[in-house]
Design a protein around this ligand. Structure first.
Ligand SMILES: *[C@@H]1O[C@H](CO)[C@@H](O)[C@H](O)[C@H]1NC(C)=O
Ligand SMILES: *[C@@H]1O[C@H](CO)[C@@H](O)[C@H](O)[C@H]1NC(C)=O
Ligand SMILES: *[C@@H]1O[C@H](CO)[C@@H](O)[C@H](O)[C@H]1NC(C)=O
Length: 379
């Protein structure tokens, strides 16, 4: 209790003023989402204080603190990859394109030290801590696809923070492809299976991830399951008509599927912290009817924290209607555009607007993050 009080004091006396002066100097919002954390660069929250005393800090969350009892990671990391076969793009009824760009990252010294100077896998991953998947085409006309966003921070603690989203996507793709009857499967069932598989698998040591996935059917329906703050939107005549809701516990703390070894959970409990470990059963489900010409976007929060649906509508109208561009080019130039605004300190990003609304102070600036989309056009 005394220690906790001490930490809270440290936060207000030392760190909070530093944070404020940093924000003032930059004239923009800090990079990363964990405002209560002592390092500005740290990312989304994946643990919360269970003590009430910390609530006065605006539900400030804390990045994962290593302790002596943290087990040394084994070297089970798979190679960096996306779960997408570049040769497929035009599927029966549906055109599919993907695009992504990871944010600029720094090497984690702790990861290097623990893993014999190996480069951190999140640095090697073409999608950073995000990942995506698109299933192969089969004659039955069913396709599954989606995105997952690994919650950062574990890399600094010496783990492969990109593993959980990558392996979750790989599992959803391969399970779907291995089925003989895909017609009765819901995306939530697929997510539930895949999460159980990675919970069992040694390929994922530790981590947390969001997931937003869909199943496209031959009779032009889209079934979606969403857990966390990734997003899926359906555009008709360049207007957003259906979308998923963001699921968050608090500002900057999305619902997340997590795999965390028991001794680390216990250590956190001793320190008065609690990891957020949500279940696939908490995913929201949607079913939307599709028409020829509809555009569907799956996106991680690197997109939705920067641009609002209106921006996306205008972009799609310009690119598709105006220039008649291929879907691949549309996806690529969209991501390029989002990356540009995410680095612009004067851009009124969705994240900055939300922060302004919550604090009553004016924030400006894009939010640097991994940016990933899967785009579909109905034929
Ligand atoms: C995970 O492991 C449990 C216990 O060994 C097993 O019953 C279950 O079928 C496994 N699940 C998957 C999806 O591999
Ligand atoms: C999706 O949007 C269409 C068109 O606005 C609407 O008719 C339909 O009810 C929406 N579907 C859901 C599930 O909200
Ligand atoms: C803080 O967390 C509690 C529950 O954990 C929630 O009810 C409250 O709205 C949160 N406050 C803010 C400012 O996010």
């Amino acid at each position: 209790m005394a220690r906790r009080y001490y930490l809270v004091c440290i936060f207000f006396v030392l760190i909070f003023p530093m944070l404020l002066s940093y924000i003032a100097k930059r004239g923009s919002i800090p990079i990363g989402r964990n405002l209560g954390s002592k390092t500005i660069r740290s990312t989304r929250s994946f643990s919360i204080y269970s003590s009430t005393s910390a609530k006065s800090g605006g539900n400030s969350s804390k990045s994962f603190g290593t302790s002596a009892s943290t087990p040394t990671p084994s070297s089970t990391s798979s190679s960096a990859a996306t779960n997408y076969d570049n040769s497929i793009h035009s599927l029966k009824n549906y055109d599919v394109a993907v695009a992504y760009q990871p944010k600029d990252r720094e090497e984690s010294n702790l990861f290097k030290k623990k893993n014999n100077n190996k480069r951190s896998p999140a640095l090697e991953s073409p999608t950073g801590e995000d990942n995506l998947f698109v299933s192969k085409q089969f004659d039955d006309g069913y396709i599954t696809l989606g995105v997952a966003d690994g919650v950062g921070g574990w890399s600094e603690a010496g783990y492969d923070s990109s593993a959980i989203s990558r392996e979750l996507c790989a599992s959803m793709k391969s399970k779907f492809e291995s089925l003989t009857d895909r017609s009765n499967l819901s995306p939530k069932q697929l997510l539930t299976f895949a999460f159980e598989e990675i919970t069992n698998s040694s390929k994922v040591e530790i981590g947390g991830t969001t997931a937003c996935l869909g199943i496209l059917t031959p009779d032009k329906k889209l079934k979606v399951a969403n857990l966390g703050d990734s997003w899926c939107g359906l555009f008709r005549n360049y207007q957003l008509i259906n979308e998923t809701n963001f699921q968050t516990h608090n500002f900057n703390t999305p619902y997340q599927l997590a795999k965390i070894p028991r001794q680390i959970v216990r250590q956190a409990e001793i320190e008065g912290r609690r990891y957020i470990i949500d279940s696939p059963s908490m995913a929201d489900e949607y079913e939307w009817d599709l028409q020829k010409g509809d555009v569907i976007m799956f996106a991680t929060d690197g997109v939705t924290d920067n641009v609002i649906p209106k921006d996306i509508e205008i972009f799609l109208k310009d690119q598709i209607e105006g220039q008649g561009d291929s879907l691949k080019n549309v996806a690529n130039s969209f991501v390029k555009e989002v990356v540009k605004v995410s680095k612009d300190p004067n851009f009124p990003s969705a994240f900055a607007q939300e922060l302004s609304r919550l604090t009553g102070q004016k924030y400006l600036g894009g939010k640097a993050d991994d940016i990933t989309i899967v785009l579909v056009r109905v034929q």
